[in-house]
Ligand binder design. Sequence first.
Ligand code: ZN
Length: 117
Amino acid sequence: MSSNIRIEKVCQHCGNEFVAKTTVTKYCSDVCAKRAYKARKKREKIQSVNKPDKQKADYRKNKFAEKQYLSIAETCQLLGASRMTLYRQIKKGAIPATKIGRRTIIKKSELDKIFTS
Ligand SMILES: [Zn+2]
């Protein structure tokens, strides 16, 4: 039994119009099907590579959540600001900081105040 179905479709990979023999065909040719498969695999790989980064970001967030005092580096990370910007804000008095020995320490609650005021 041969089917005479002819379905006009657009290839999901190259965008060319083609006539499909089945309703499930998505690609105009084997080449496109293979390329699309490869592209999908690549996307999946990239996504799985990104995952540890997200975990790291979550870890950082949690780490900051528990801390009351932050170093310059941590504050930069938290605010997404550069060291220069942070030092400038400290100098201006916009961000209160304390020096303990050679280390500059910033109280996290002071940062919260900046954003709530
Ligand atoms: Zn195609």
